[in-house]
Design a protein around this ligand. Structure first.
Ligand SMILES: Cc1cc2nc3c(=O)[nH]c(=O)nc-3n(C[C@H](O)[C@H](O)[C@H](O)COP(=O)(O)OP(=O)(O)OC[C@H]3O[C@@H](n4cnc5c(N)ncnc54)[C@H](O)[C@@H]3O)c2cc1C
Length: 357
């Protein structure tokens, strides 16, 4: 028989330390309630993943935020996170079936904001605001059970009894990783299982160079292709061009392999010239290989009309659990902004439930 797991109590348990879960936890704590954030990975941020290189930070997850997104703009302002504007100037390159051409102006990028330390710094800032022991890393939640007047949340090595639960995990990922003991209404379980994980089937490629050589040739670093492996490419350099980087998205399709280094470099050379042949680093991050973002069961999902479905705004498990990932947001679903919006909605709902019971 296995040893009994330690059991702790809290007003609110949050599953997931991405921007949605961390935003929710902060609002619950501000309301004067106790909160714990259970995160399966050994880091906070989820799909915000920034890597330090010798001359700055590079994003392997989210990159941009936009001027019409109030929550994230307010957050970076309050936290005084250093930002800069996405580089836009220059021409676009287009790779058609029969060759490559240069198209005047930047046809791909729109004005957007960037974080000097990468987007993971948003999650770090939200986590630092919380009391020291709030976020529990390497706690993969495996089961959730309603027990009379509470929810029992069990991880790989501990359990929490919470009055309210916030599920800040993409719904399909939650259904694939957590046993809900059949307690979700069948139409909600069906909706959750069929809701794609935003960017969950994407390979993000970042080519880090000594300098942004394409800018000297009057190119914006923007490219699009009918041939691939990268379908769209952007300048992802830091402020004043350092670190110098191009990034591209590839969508190989469920079951197909990650594009090889050679096919990627060949494509970058065809589009941007011989200087593209020799990056300092080439990062190929296949998000399909991250089971806490994109388990096998979600790889083929592609009906995005389920985003922000009204059912995601209703509590489940006898009014004790609330959806909070970006996929459940009613504004900017898919974006960091959507995660902050959904986390806010879920936190308010959980706090109101506790106050009204
Ligand atoms: C390649 C890429 C590029 C992107 N580009 C942009 C962009 O430019 N701008 C933009 O606004 N957005 C972008 N996004 C989307 C953005 O990253 C997401 O909107 C945001 O991270 C969603 O936050 P979230 O908290 O809802 O989910 P997540 O960030 O996915 O966080 C969920 C957390 O839950 C944890 N978790 C999952 N299952 C369990 C479990 N069973 N137990 C415990 N923990 C669990 C995960 O480890 C994770 O930390 C991009 C995403 C990717 C992958």
């Amino acid at each position: 028989m296995s040893a009994p797991q330690p059991l702790s109590q809290t007003n609110v348990a949050v599953i997931g330390a991405g921007p949605a879960g961390l935003q929710a936890a902060n609002l619950v704590a501000q309301a004067g309630l106790t909160v714990v954030v259970l995160e399966g990975r050994d880091r906070v941020g989820g799909r915000l993943l920034s890597l330090s290189v010798e001359d700055g930070s590079l994003d392997l997850g989210a990159t941009w935020f936009w001027p019409n997104e109030p929550l994230i703009n307010e957050l970076v302002t309050i936290e005084q996170l250093p930002t800069f504007s996405q580089h836009l100037h220059g021409d676009t390159v287009f790779q058609g079936e029969n060759g490559t051409e240069r198209v005047p102006g930047n046809r791909l990028d729109v004005p957007s904001g960037r974080l000097v330390a990468g987007t993971q710094s948003i999650a770090d800032a939200l986590a630092v605001r919380l009391a020291g022991d709030t976020v529990k890393l390497e706690q993969v939640v495996t089961s959730v059970r309603v027990e009379r007047d509470a929810v029992l949340v069990t991880t790989n090595n501990a359990s929490w009894l919470a009055q309210q639960l916030i599920i800040a995990v993409p719904p399909a990922t939650a259904l694939a990783t957590i046993d809900f003991d059949g307690q979700l209404p069948s139409e909600v379980a069906h909706l959750a299982k069929s809701t794609p994980v935003w960017m969950g089937n994407i390979v993000k490629v970042v080519a880090h160079y000594q300098e942004p050589f394409w800018r000297n040739a009057g190119l914006a670093g923007a490219g699009f292709s009918y041939r691939g492996p990268l379908r769209e490419i952007h300048d992802m350099s830091g402020p004043n061009g350092a670190p110098a980087a191009l990034f591209g998205f590839s969508q190989p399709g469920a079951g197909n392999p990650t594009p090889s280094k050679k096919t990627i470099i060949d494509q970058l050379v065809e589009l941007f010239g011989p200087a593209a042949a020799d990056p300092l680093n080439l990062f190929i991050h296949d998000w399909r290989d991250e089971p806490l973002t994109s388990p096998q069961a979600v790889h083929g999902l592609d009906d995005y009309s389920t985003y922000g479905n009204p059912m995601f705004c209703q509590p489940v498990l006898d009014g004790r659990a609330h959806w909070a990932s970006t996929e459940t947001a009613t504004t900017a679903p898919g974006h960091i902004e959507g995660a902050l919006q959904a986390g806010t909605r879920a936190a308010n709902a959980a706090v109101n439930q506790i106050r009204s019971r």
